[in-house]
Write a new protein. Structure first.
Ligand SMILES: [Zn+2]
Ligand SMILES: [Zn+2]
Length: 388
């Protein structure tokens, strides 16, 4: 398996560097998808592009010896506006495609189906969500991902999250001549921010509420008739998050009432907290060690949110983080962009490909291990749902 990854090294690194040097925003990752699907298709994967009505989503399938366990390998390839590949999704796409091809070459007689999922727009609208709604993950036995990081570890937890737009509509007027005829939509936004600051004191410490004003009016001498704020609201679990969300909405509703403006609350995105399968996490870490990664950290206790969390409600899933920047370096930064094509970045891609391919192989080769993973997943999910 490792020899296959090493043989593929040049093309894996070329994919990594090409995607890095051609950053594309969510739902516009056409060059990345062309390269990834062409590579997979050259290696006998059957490619379907445009799944779930998303032009840059795809599923590439390799069926071996009549089928067998269905292993999903998920990759992202979108970049960040103004920054490029500050989340390292170039590493992810290249290592997952490398892992999938190496795996397909080393199955021997073992029946298996390898499915590479191209999931666009992770940073914005989340391609995985419509792909989930289209039922594309339903038949999987397991879903694996990788992500670059400041340490090699697995995601133990992630936060449930809602991304919301608050749209306030008021009435425009001359701000000096006839302010009494205007209704300031911006006032509604400012009062919402203030109310959320007061709310912050009275929620659990795992709650994160952070917002920006995306439209605060056009000129200081016009009473703003339209203002928009975007907020992320997160918590460790969905039931508690839903109670916090209602209080956040009430903060905005109160602001609309007191300013006389009209409020619309738009849901942009919703992510669930991850259902954790420890056996799968440990299997990924064991394979990372075998692939030669020296320093391995315990699962991360503090994370953001991911649309992969929604996938882990459907099938057992785990994500391997592979170090390629110094410990403590924040993602969404120029340091991450620069490291994406460094030697450390290249090495991370290769060891991640080996780790993911090795993990998938273990699950295919050992049906009782796969069964144990599935049982732990069902128990973890049931325990979670009981608490709803
Ligand atoms: Zn990111
Ligand atoms: Zn990311």
């Amino acid at each position: 398996m490792y020899a296959s990854v090493d043989n593929l090294r040049d093309s894996i690194i070329d994919i990594n560097d090409f995607i890095h040097d051609h950053p594309e925003l969510g739902n516009n990752e056409f060059q990345a998808v062309e390269l990834l699907t062409r590579t997979l298709s050259d290696h006998h994967f059957h490619v379907e592009q445009g799944v779930a009505d998303l032009p840059t989503a795809f599923i590439a399938t390799y069926t071996h010896n009549g089928g067998g366990p269905r292993i999903g390998l998920l990759c992202e390839y979108d970049a960040l506006p103004g920054l490029g590949h500050g989340c390292g999704h170039n590493l992810q796409a290249s290592s997952i495609v490398g892992a999938a091809i190496a795996l397909s070459q080393n199955l021997g007689d073992l029946p298996a189906t390898i499915l590479v999922y191209g999931t666009p727009a992770e940073e914005t609208t989340s391609g995985k969500l419509p792909m989930i709604r289209a039922g594309l993950f339903d038949d999987l036995d397991v879903a694996l991902m990788m992500h670059g990081g400041d340490r090699t570890t697995v995601d133990g937890k992630s936060l449930a999250m809602n991304l919301i737009d608050f749209v306030f509509e008021g009435k425009a007027a001359h701000a000096a001549v006839a302010p009494e005829k205007g209704i300031s939509a911006l006032d509604g936004i400012l009062m919402t921010f203030n109310a959320i600051e007061y709310l912050r004191e009275h929620v659990r410490p795992d709650v994160k509420m952070h917002g920006v004003i995306t439209n605060g009016g056009v000129a200081a001498n016009i009473v703003p008739d339209l203002a928009v704020a975007q907020f992320y609201v997160r918590a460790a679990d969905r039931p508690y998050l839903d109670t916090v969300l209602e209080r956040v909405y009430n903060a905005a509703r109160g602001a609309a009432l007191s300013t006389g403006s009209k409020l619309t609350i738009n849901q942009v995105k919703k992510c669930e907290n991850k259902v954790n399968v420890d056996k799968l996490n440990q299997l990924l870490l064991k394979n990372a060690e075998e692939a030669g990664i020296k320093e391995i950290s315990p699962p991360r206790s503090s994370t953001g949110s991911t649309d992969f969390g929604n996938v882990t409600y459907l099938v057992p899933g785990a994500c391997l983080r592979v170090a390629f920047v110094p410990f403590g370096t924040s993602s969404h930064s120029t340091e991450w962009v620069e490291a994406g094509i460094s030697e450390a970045g290249h090495n991370a891609v290769i060891s991640a490909a080996k780790s993911i391919a090795g993990t998938a192989y273990d699950l295919i080769e050992n049906p009782s291990l796969l069964q144990e993973v599935k049982e732990e997943f069902h128990n973890a999910k049931e325990a979670f749902l009981k608490n709803l």
